[in-house]
Design a protein around this ligand. Structure first.
Ligand SMILES: [Zn+2]
Ligand SMILES: [Zn+2]
Length: 339
């Protein structure tokens, strides 16, 4: 009989988290099995919980911020071996031969494999991952520190390093939550003049502590005007999920400035005159693939970028998820899987 593992599954759209026993999965060719040590809870886990991802099949284990240890390898995984400390993020792997992959746009692979959505994620003792989805972790990074970097970290790190900003440029981070508190640290450590923008004054000390050289309270003042007073932002990294907040800040872009959107807002009002008048642009950024995660983790470990986490045991996944949804967590919620 197959050995069993604990898992937290969702078995229908909008259904509750169920703690169940499942057979431990076996890795097929091109895949590895990971003994999960920690898994972050991301707002995108709602796609699995609510069933809003088209064609999602149940039951499904959510979780795309996985950190653990390889404990079995399938055939044809030359880069990976048992005992390696690894992580898996949003990208569930790529085929390597579709048109996007052949152009190097692996994130856009037509297979659209997504951890915790098209295949089981990290809300359990074990998961099987495609080798192309697996990032090797720095040796001394604890699993609960590594896990949130596999989505919140890579998303902000990768967007910033592809934003066109250069050392010394003014880079504003809109929203100081799970993504934003990491983005401010990355922006400062990359050598940008980091500015934090959030509603109210209470996050100002935190923003400064994370490395921001200035803070803008978007409730107390016009954030666009405040950015222009500082010379205009070369980049605004929009981590908030509110379209109005993004619209309100676009006027703070410098000439040739870019708003990089990583927050999944539903709609956004854009001023075309602002874009064409100053050659400004607005673009989106999706997290990245396993090699981008390795870069993120290596940079984070070296530069001392850390996620602030609230840690829960696997059995309390439902409570942990509610905590994430409340918006009150400071700042990422992480499941620690103990045995
Ligand atoms: Zn995520
Ligand atoms: Zn492909």
């Amino acid at each position: 009989m197959a050995k069993m593992m604990r898992a937290v599954q969702v078995s229908r759209a909008g259904g509750p988290f169920e703690i169940v026993e499942r057979p431990i999965p076996e890795p097929g060719p091109g895949a590895v099995r990971i003994r999960v040590e920690a898994c972050g809870i991301c707002h995108s886990d709602t796609l699995t919980k609510d069933g809003s991802w088209p064609g999602l099949k149940y039951p499904r284990l959510p979780g795309h911020e996985v950190a653990g240890v390889i404990d079995a390898v399938g055939a044809g995984t030359p880069r990976l071996e048992e005992g390696q400390r690894v992580g898996v993020g949003w990208s569930g792997g790529y085929c390597g031969h579709c048109a996007h992959c052949r152009r190097g746009d692996f994130f856009a692979c037509v297979t659209q494999e997504i951890t915790g959505i098209t295949r089981d994620g990290g809300y359990g003792d074990y998961l099987v991952a495609a080798a192309s989805a697996v990032a090797v972790l720095p040796a001394d990074l604890p699993a609960t520190d590594a896990a949130p970097l596999m989505c919140a970290g890579i998303t902000t790190f990768n967007a910033l390093r592809h934003s066109g900003a250069r050392p010394g440029d003014l880079v504003a981070v809109l929203g100081l939550g799970g993504l934003g508190h990491l983005a401010v640290q990355y922006a400062a450590k990359m050598g940008f003049r980091a500015v934090g923008i959030a509603r109210g004054r209470d996050k100002e000390p935190l923003a400064k502590e994370l490395g921001a050289s200035a803070y803008i309270d978007s409730r107390g003042q016009d954030p666009a005007a405040a950015l222009l007073e500082m010379g205009g932002a070369q980049v605004i990294l929009a981590t908030a999920t509110a379209g109005e907040a993004m619209s309100a800040v676009q006027g703070g872009l410098a000439v040739n400035g870019t708003m990089m959107i990583v927050g999944a807002a539903h709609s956004l009002q854009v001023n075309p005159l602002l874009l064409l008048g100053g050659r400004r642009s607005i673009r989106g950024w999706a997290s990245g693939t396993a090699i981008d995660s390795e870069d993120t983790l290596a940079f984070s470990a070296r530069a001392g970028v850390r996620s602030m986490n609230e840690v829960f045991p696997l059995e309390r996944a439902a409570e942990a998820y509610d905590r994430m949804m409340s918006g009150k967590a400071r700042f990422r919620v992480v499941l620690q899987i103990e045995r």
